[in-house]
Ligand binder design. Structure first.
Ligand code: AMP
Ligand code: MG
Length: 318
């Protein structure tokens, strides 16, 4: 059985023994292990049932420490790290040999981030190694945004979950890489594209890469509830899916003809950051209801709305 608590020393002891621990970040909860210890990292893949071709993000507490794990930090990457770390931005950088191949799925780049959460930053400062941590959910399912979400699904396999409250951002980090042709976004995420572009200039987005293990970025089907999940204008879908019992994931306003208890509204005021924070918990709540199908509507395709829409579309892929 797992234990949920706020004891950083207990988390530290377990990690030093090569165990996995659930950790809070501002994006989603992570399933962490010593990134420099292949035997510990193997446990992450086993607990999540994650295919070994899906690489992990390495978490540390400063750019100075990150420099120990990578060959080189291009000037642009340094600028972004200085500006946005700690924060929901992951940098892809050429790895040094001390990062095990299992962490990067054999790629010669490693994904590095400094997460913005006080408990996890304190934990990282106390450790002599960085933490490899993917989202703490079974592979392919909705990412966890509370300690209880982690316990609900992985509780019997994770000895300790550090409880840092509900995640403030609520979706995964934005991933940026640095090719010869310029910076490329490999995953839309918790740092809005527009915010990055205000520093970097226009960015190429290549986040809809495939399940090709050589291609960085995410698999096309991900974040998926167990129930059938459809992304459509809701009013139109109602006729089509009646008489099924329908659950609704709405952006601003509930649907009059559907019982309120079968609906989740992401942000009544239309605030994209609030909607993002609520997204995964709302999907989980709907997935638990006694309904046949979940219908979700897209958010405005701007700022964090773009990243949320990316999650919704992937959740809808069979
Ligand atoms: P998760 O932490 O569960 O969101 O998963 C981490 C994601 O980061 C992976 O699914 C990849 O999309 C991405 N990633 C990690 N390392 C690399 C890398 N070296 N190159 C490209 N993408 C990466
Ligand atoms: Mg994940």
């Amino acid at each position: 059985m797992t234990q949920i608590g706020t004891d950083i020393n207990q988390a530290k002891r377990l990690l030093e023994k090569g165990e996995v621990v659930g950790i809070p970040t501002e994006t989603v909860y992570g399933l962490a292990a010593n990134a420099l210890d292949t035997n510990a990292v193997v446990k992450i893949f086993a607990v999540k049932n994650r295919p070994s071709f899906d690489p992990l993000i390495v978490h540390t507490d400063s750019l100075e420490k990150a420099a120990d794990f990578v060959q080189d930090i291009p000037e642009l990457a340094q600028r972004l790290a200085n500006q946005f770390w700690p924060g929901p931005l992951t940098l892809l950088l050429p790895k040094r040999p001390l990062i095990p191949d299992l962490v990067t799925s054999g790629l010669d780049t490693v994904a590095v981030r400094v997460p913005n959460h006080p408990l996890t930053l304190e934990l990282l400062r106390s450790l002599a190694f960085p933490l490899a941590a993917p989202s703490a959910n079974p592979f392919g399912y909705i990412s966890p945004t509370t300690a209880q979400h982690v316990a609900d699904q992985l509780g019997d396999q994770v000895p300790y979950i550090l409880d840092g409250g509900a995640c403030q951002v609520g979706i995964e980090s934005t991933i940026i890489g640095f090719s010869a042709e310029g910076p490329v976004i490999y995953r839309l995420g918790g740092m809005a594209l527009e915010t990055l572009e205000s520093i970097v200039g226009p960015l190429t987005v290549r986040s809809h890469s495939t399940s090709n293990p050589k291609a960085p970025g995410m698999l096309s089907s991900h974040y998926a509830p167990r129930k059938p999940f459809l992304v459509q204008p809701i009013e139109k879908a109602l006729d089509q899916y009646a008489p099924n019992r329908i659950g609704v994931l709405a952006f601003q306003a509930p649907i009059a003809s559907i019982p309120t208890e079968n609906q989740r509204v992401l942000s009544p005021t239309g605030d994209l950051a609030e909607a993002t924070t609520q997204l995964f918990a709302s999907m989980r709540a709907l997935d638990k209801l006694d309904i046949d199908v979940i219908i979700a509507e897209l958010l405005p395709d701007q700022g964090l709305g773009r990243a949320v829409n990316d999650r919704l579309r992937r959740a809808a892929v069979k």
